[in-house]
Write a protein that binds this ligand. Sequence first.
Ligand SMILES: [Zn+2]
Length: 157
Amino acid sequence: MHPQRMGMAIRKRLCWICGQSMGSHVAFVGGPLSIAQRQFSDPPSHRECAEFALTVCPWLATGTHRRPDGMPAHTFIPAQHVRDNPGVFGLLITKEYRFAGITQAGVPREICWYTAGRPATRSEVEAAIEIARHSDQVKRYRLRDQILTMLDALPLP
Ligand SMILES: [Zn+2]
């Protein structure tokens, strides 16, 4: 996403999928690590727009799609960007968020899980959390125990 448009969407509380104003609740989509830390590389959207993306977006709905090399020069890629596809994605609903290099969501009102364009089962979510626990990203992280505690606290279907 173009950084200027991303900034405008965040400042004006616009849905980054449809461009329309969002209500009191906003939705974030991310893998288990993003959901656990409430940190997202994408801005928030309407819940309905996020649910639509979870069923049609190749990255979210196939579980195997990889980000291509050679993204356009203006593409904003946060430092904590995860390149591997987690296969299972959480939908986090909250009222608040702030932006500081990466989007930080507020207290979750609801978290539900999707895989392959449909609601994920409990065992699918548990497997994705287990993979996240052993990821290089967690191993390298300074506050490793803190992230593991956050992953353990995630609600399951
Ligand atoms: Zn929308």
